[in-house]
Write a protein that binds this ligand. Sequence first.
Ligand code: NAD
Ligand code: IPM
Ligand code: MN
Length: 375
Amino acid sequence: MAQYKVPVMAGDGIGPEVIAEGKKVLDAAAEVHGFDMEWIDYPHGADHYLATGELISEDILRELEQYRVIYLGAVGDDRVKPGVLEKGILLAMRFHFDQYINLRPVKLLEGVWTPLKDKGPKDIDFTVVRENTEDFYIGIGGSTKKRASTHELDIIRKLYKVKFDLDIDSDSDEIAYQIGMISREGTERVIRYAFELAQTSRGHLSSVDKANVLTDIYGLWRRIFEEVAADYIDVKTDFNYVDAITMWFVKNPEWFDIVVTPNMFGDIITDLGAMIQGGLGFAPGGNINPDGTSMFEPIHGSAPKYKGMNMANPIATIWAGSMLLERLGEKEAADTVVNAIERNIKEGKVKTRDMGGSSSTSDVGDNIARIIREA
Ligand code: NAD
Ligand code: IPM
Ligand code: MN
């Protein structure tokens, strides 16, 4: 019997509650499909950081390299300054494992409410491929008061090393700056991945940028997109400015098949995508390194106001678990999980508050696991 060892980082806020349901449902799918999940729990998150000062150490990152997949809840806690846990744990893992693809399906399941009037599951069914290692996320910036100063900034990656030496001479009271950077290597690989995906889908790839204003960074993105497109003449393409695409996602979501986007715009447009598929409680994501360790998580955060209330919707996390199974090669089990989510929704009895019901997080997990075992 195949046995998969999977590190789990439940994290903060509602993370532990939704991850518990994800494990429960994946265990049920494993039982039915004849394999075994061995969960290896990691304590990283706000409590662990406050108690030990550790975000995530190099040793732990190296230890995690031996696994193909990681299951993550969410990080972020009001007791810790914004960005500390997010950058120190989540982005640290995305970058360390070079998970350059953030795959975020935007799919309205049958029976789920959408705020879009007159749109249904046939209209809302596309995938966002978000670049996941570059852009304004490289974490390079600073601030300075009125004076001359210098700042040395390094980006050290497997793909490349880049060093900026800034000479700053400012008479403003205070300035802050953040450098956004994309590379040819990093851009080409994600765009190529998106073209390959479009070929297996409906043959349509939409690119997102802001090349009309941030002409250097997204001008390069656009140039590389055009170069790669020449290798995929069977794929229909279009360019979308990020402001406009938020409008089109609302007005005509049916136009989209695969959408490829730089990192920061991808963050923003996928929360919008989540909302048109029923809300953050329904939006899964995968941080993928096709040749290494991938990580699966709901795209929502730790939703601190619902912590410990057994109220959050676990479906995004369970669905992310299905993507994790697919990555492990257990496609049938992955489909079983999504089918069971859909059955749970169609039955319409066990629903969390965001779904218009009053069931708990664990009720939903129990019911989806029951559907899998009874099928
Ligand atoms: P959030 O996604 O945590 O929550 C926003 C709102 O969405 C919630 O208040 C709630 O109304 C709704 N929501 C989210 N998940 C839900 C679920 N499963 N069921 C029902 N409703 C749900 O975003 P936020 O409030 O901006 O961020 C809270 C914290 O999470 C911050 O610290 C942030 O940095 C962090 N964060 C972490 C991740 C991650 O770990 N991947 C992602 C996003 C935000
Ligand atoms: C997400 C989150 C993260 C991001 C944060 C918490 C670093 O918002 O996964 O969408 O911006 O990528
Ligand atoms: Mn986000």
